[in-house]
Write a protein that binds this ligand. Structure first.
Ligand code: DGL
Length: 266
């Protein structure tokens, strides 16, 4: 009754590692295969058909490695491709979308901000979320060009990052938001800078833990959980970029990577 096949997780780059971290914490017995499409990052400025094409190739790659379920750990990929992937493949998918629903519940000022990429900002899924769960609050969506490429180079503080963040946060803070949603999985790496600029009166919401919880529910529902006794799931990393560069960036942002990093030809 135990399924030891891995869970596949992917992002345009390293942002999905925040989701992977939560999965490792909440489902320590699961084996994981992570794909960073680093060569093609950022996704947020690309077209829907392009993102769908990349997602299809990555899903095929993960299925070849035995994935039993797939987490699309990227908002841009989820809004552009999740329904397309669900139609095309029979395995369960878990996606990530900006946490508008909890933010709309939490806000006291009645104003929430969503920091995100152009692909997510202009998407139907985000418009639907706002219409369904935030019709009674003001939602200010702020696109943040340039942040993903900085995080991909492990530049999460310093003058350039600070300047961009201040520019993107200023209209939200002037507009009176008290809750800000991180609508891109790369942005949790910038969280401490965002918190410092916003001050203690603004709550920052990162849905990574909710995605890991949802994965747990989906695996249980489909009888796909790994029940291994030793509770040590492994992680395999793939990147479409340079494995050594990936390792160096991750070590700078998170810490040593004890597992192999391989190149994915995609
Ligand atoms: N981590 C991706 C997301 O959550 C980044 C998008 C991009 O590559 O621009 O949207």
């Amino acid at each position: 009754m135990s399924d030891a096949r891995p869970v596949g997780i992917f992002d345009s780059g390293i942002g999905g590692l925040n989701v992977l971290h939560e999965i490792r914490r909440q489902q320590p017995t699961e084996h994981c295969v992570y794909v960073a499409d680093s060569r093609e990052a950022p996704y947020g400025t690309k077209s829907i058909p392009y993102i769908q094409g990349r997602c299809g190739r990555i899903v095929d790659f993960l299925l070849e490695r035995g994935a039993k379920a797939i987490v699309v750990a990227c908002n841009a990929a989820s809004v552009a491709a999740l329904s397309h992937l669900r139609r095309r493949y029979a395995i369960p998918f878990v996606g990530i979308v900006p946490a508008v629903k909890p933010a709309a519940r939490m806000t006291r000022s009645g104003k929430i901000g969503v920091l995100t990429t152009p692909a997510t900002a202009d998407s139907e899924p985000l418009a639907d979320l706002v219409e369904q769960f935030a019709y009674n609050v003001t939602v200010m969506t702020q696109i943040c060009p340039g942040l993903v490429p900085l995080v991909e180079r492990a530049i999460v503080d310093g003058a350039e990052t600070e300047q961009l963040l201040r520019r993107y946060l200023a209209p939200l803070l002037e507009g009176g938001v008290d809750t800000i949603v991180l609508g891109c999985t790369h942005y949790p790496f910038l969280r401490s800078s965002i918190e410092r600029i916003c001050g203690p009166g603004v709550a920052i919401i990162d849905p990574s833990d909710a995605v890991a919880r949802q994965l747990g529910r989906v695996l249980a529902m489909h009888g796909l959980e790994s029940m291994s006794e030793d509770r040590t799931g492994s992680t395999r990393y793939f990147t479409t970029g340079d494995p050594e560069e990936f390792r160096a960036v991750v070590e700078k942002l998170i810490g040593p990577v004890p597992d192999p990093v391989e190149h994915a030809r995609l």
